[in-house]
Design a binder for this molecule. Structure first.
Ligand SMILES: Cc1ncc(COP(=O)(O)O)c(C=O)c1O
Length: 462
């Protein structure tokens, strides 16, 4: 299997596990306890905090360990906005992760004004647009360092300078940039920054929030006053140690080789006769990100085809996978809804080999041969896939649901085709009635006796 979905998550690195192990075992103490066991844990925690601070060019007291990127983003946006250093106006970009967009929307429901900065075709925020919406009562600007769906890197240094000239704090979501870019907060000119552990070789469930000591901040989690009162609760020491180790391992090294491999991959995918178009900025993009749309195809069927051939990728944000809504990132970039639904992103780490990327590009090329196949064949693939999944051989329920939704949609517009699908789905009926209700729905649309009998055993009459 070639795993090209590192923007969704990464495996935990062995060195990270080894760094964590003592804090799961002998140094298991509560870092607030005033005895030997507690102090051993506290020492590990504070060393991790100091290491993360060094990595960000910050002070240890400015570092809060959180449960991940979503919590860091929520805490930054809400914590700074609720402290209201200047007023009740917040600015975010239109291509932020939902952790930022939904936090801003929540503030909107509390009566804050929220402005979204538009992006161009490449997903870039233009500095003039920030200048135009900054107000005397703007309390926070949040623009990500790099996008999770299309890899575009924003000009955060320029944007933060514009905010600073007006005295407005600036937060950046560096979840995807961590491990690739220099995250020195002074150089970036940001007062708050979010990172997530599981995107760079630490376990899921840990993240970092940096907030500058002079930036007014209202804690969201109250309790025993741990982490300087910014986030109460007994600290997850082993996770914090793992986070620091992952950042250490990710630091340094020239991503130049990865950029070369990525560009060769992009060139090859574009050269295959499959109608792929690159999304995101051609040059200002993360070294480990190549994203495309495949107009005229279903992004989901491209993913399923690739996965059957051993290449694992995704349609964009992992959070949106399984949803039929087109990506808000691509629509903000000006793609129409239909094309936005054909998005596929390939994301990889530094250790990806040219050979792996070549094999993956070759499999994308095979889609070209498949292009001659009828739509029906492609849809049958979905059905077979759903069957395999339903028998416990593959992925989870979201995919089953997705495949079924697709078959369902096709059946609604094309009855002949639906009959073919029904026949292909026949073997599924001898299973344990998985997703039976959905098959039942499809049967109702198809309305064939054959189909109805095959799939509605034990279900209410369609
Ligand atoms: C840009 C960005 N921000 C925030 C998050 C949320 O991070 P987490 O999964 O750690 O909650 C993600 C996760 O995909 C992301 O890509």
């Amino acid at each position: 299997m070639i795993y090209l979905d590192e923007a969704a998550t990464t495996p935990v690195k062995r060195e990270v596990m080894e760094a964590m192990w003592p804090y799961l075992g002998p140094r298991f103490g509560n870092p607030s306890s005033h005895h030997e066991v507690g102090e051993a844990a506290a020492a590990g925690l504070e060393q991790a905090r100091a290491d993360v601070a060094t990595f960000l060019g910050a002070r240890p007291s400015e570092i809060t360990f959180t449960s991940g990127g979503t919590e860091s983003d929520n805490t930054a946006i809400k914590g700074i906005a609720l402290a209201q250093p200047r007023g009740r106006h917040v600015i975010v970009s239109a291509v932020e992760h939902p952790a930022v967009l939904e936090s801003a929307a929540w503030l909107g429901r509390l009566g804050y004004d929220v402005d979204e900065l538009p992006v161009d075709r490449f997903g870039m925020v233009h500095p003039e647009s920030l200048d135009a919406v900054l107000r005397d009562d703007t309390t926070l600007v949040s623009v990500q360092l790099a996008n999770n769906e299309v890899g575009t890197i924003q000009q955060v240094e320029t944007l933060s300078r514009i905010a600073a000239e007006r005295g407005v704090p600036f937060h950046t979501d560096a979840v995807q940039a961590a491990g690739w870019m220099d995250l020195d907060v002074s150089r970036l000119g940001v007062q708050a920054l979010s990172i997530s552990g599981h995107k760079l070789g630490a376990p899921k469930g840990v993240g970092v929030l940096h907030v500058h000591r002079r930036t007014p901040f209202e804690p969201l989690i109250h309790g025993g006053g741990q982490q300087g009162g910014r986030r109460s609760g007994t600290e997850a020491v082993a996770l914090a140690v793992g986070m620091a180790a992952a950042l250490r391992l990710a630091a340094g090294g020239d991503p130049g080789d990865v950029i070369e491999r990525r560009d060769a991959f992009i060139a090859r995918v574009l050269a295959e006769n499959v109608g792929a178009q690159l999304t995101g900025h051609p040059a200002h993009r993360l070294p480990g990100s190549a994203s495309f749309v495949f107009p005229g195809r279903s992004g989901e069927s491209v993913l399923l085809d690739l996965e059957r051939h051993g290449v694992v990728s995704s349609s964009g944000s992992a959070c949106a996978a399984g949803s039929d809504e087109p990506s808000h990132v691509l629509t903000a970039m000006g793609y129409d809804r239909e094309v936005a639904q054909t998005a596929v992103r390939f994301t990889f780490g530094r250790d990806v080999t040219g050979e792996q990327l070549d094999l993956a590009a070759g499999q994308v090329g095979v889609l070209g041969a498949g292009g001659a196949r009828t739509h029906a064949a492609g849809d049958l693939d979905h059905v077979f896939r759903a069957q395999a999944i339903g028998r416990g051989k593959g992925l989870g329920g979201v995919r089953i649901e997705h495949a079924l939704q697709h078959a369902f949609a096709v059946a609604q517009v094309d009855k002949d085709h639906a009959t073919v699908i029904a026949a292909a789905m026949n073997p599924a009926a001898d299973g344990d009635g998985f997703a039976g209700q959905r098959f039942g729905d499809l049967a109702a649309v198809v309305g064939t006796h054959h189909f109805g009998n095959a799939f509605c055993k034990g279900q209410s009459e369609p």
